[in-house]
Design a protein around this ligand. Structure first.
Ligand code: SER
Length: 316
């Protein structure tokens, strides 16, 4: 049986990934790692063990891994793109110094490590349409710099020390549970909250700006199935392009109006978000993930929209 530590278990992805892993492997086998001020609550707190696991503290990480005999770490500690642009030093400290600590602990304890990369690892000089798996990665955001470094450092630990590191390049993740904080793709979550609350939505991203996106159930599946994939099939490791859909603000607006016909959207473009969004791919080619670990998403834009609105309506 696997013994898993999720670092960042109360974050946007971590809060749902931890619950999904507990369903699959048993609550007692999945430790929710959190930082001070972001303690697990409710079901997350009650369904399994929790430990303070700050990536910037290598000793604490080593103790948690030893105490729970952890063999797999999902390292989700990171700042999203807009926040990282405003706090570049902290983004590096969490994303890279923190990753270094995780990889060192994993090397000593023999753990496998999943650390997500992102569409943010690409930049303006990357081919934007059907962005290949192996291509130019010269981002000009601190978020992107940390994500490219994440990929390189993770590959280094795999090649040099045999640490089983694996990663996907997540697109914008859309969920009806924990809202994201400070990402460029957040508009694609916020728009659903406005639609369900009966409010007009002011879009910070210009019409015609396409980005890859994915519904949370597919994101969880992408991470877990990669960690379960047969290593002999993996030609790539850090990280795989994965995507489920690509749309611009007009596309998601039209999809929502099929369900909420009187919903209204206007634009007030945020220059920082727009410059980041414009530098990212319009659409990823994820054929390597499809071939090497059988990646296949379940949700397209329309199917996700129906589910998002139904779940948010029930909750709000
Ligand atoms: N969702 C992230 C962001 O917008 C991209 O991976 O920062």
């Amino acid at each position: 049986m696997k013994k898993i530590l999720v670092i960042g278990a109360t974050g946007q992805i971590g809060s749902e990934l931890t619950m999904e892993l507990r369903q699959r492997y048993g609550g007692a086998n999945v430790v929710a790692g959190y930082i001070q001020g972001a303690e697990p609550k409710g079901e997350l707190r009650e369904s399994g063990p929790m430990e303070l696991a700050d990536v910037t503290d290598a000793n604490v990480l080593a103790q948690v891994v030893k105490a729970h005999q952890i063999d797999t770490i999902y390292n989700l500690a990171a700042l999203l793109s807009v926040v990282a642009e405003n706090k570049p030093k902290l983004a590096w400290k969490i994303g890279i110094d923190g990753l270094w600590n995780v990889l060192e602990v994993a090397r000593e304890a023999g753990c496998a490590v999943f650390t997500p990369s992102s569409i943010g690892s690409f930049g303006a000089s990357t081919p934007h349409v059907m962005t290949p798996q192996d291509t130019v990665q010269r981002p000009r955001t601190m978020y992107g710099v940390t994500k490219v470094t994440t990929e390189l450092l993770s590959d280094y630990y795999s090649l040099k020390y045999g640490v089983d590191t694996r990663s996907v390049r997540f697109p914008g993740i859309i969920s009806n549970v924990t809202p994201p904080g400070g990402g460029t793709t957040d508009y694609a979550v916020d728009i659903y909250y406005s639609a369900v609350r009966g409010e007009d939505f002011v879009c910070p991203i210009q019409a015609g700006t396409y980005m890859d996106m994915m519904y949370m159930p597919d994101a969880l599946h992408a991470a877990i199935s990669l960690m379960e994939a047969d290593p002999t099939r993996l030609i790539h490791r850090n990280g795989f392009n994965v995507t489920a859909m690509s749309f611009d603000p007009e596309g998601i607006y039209a999809a929502i109006r099929k369900v909420v016909p009187d919903f209204k959207m206007s634009y007030q473009v945020d220059p920082l978000k727009q410059s980041i969004a414009s530098s990212w791919p319009d659409s990823l080619d994820d054929s390597c993930a499809r071939n090497e670990c059988d990646w296949k998403p379940q949700y397209d834009l329309d199917k996700m929209t129906v589910d998002m609105i139904e779940k948010l309506k029930a909750r709000l």
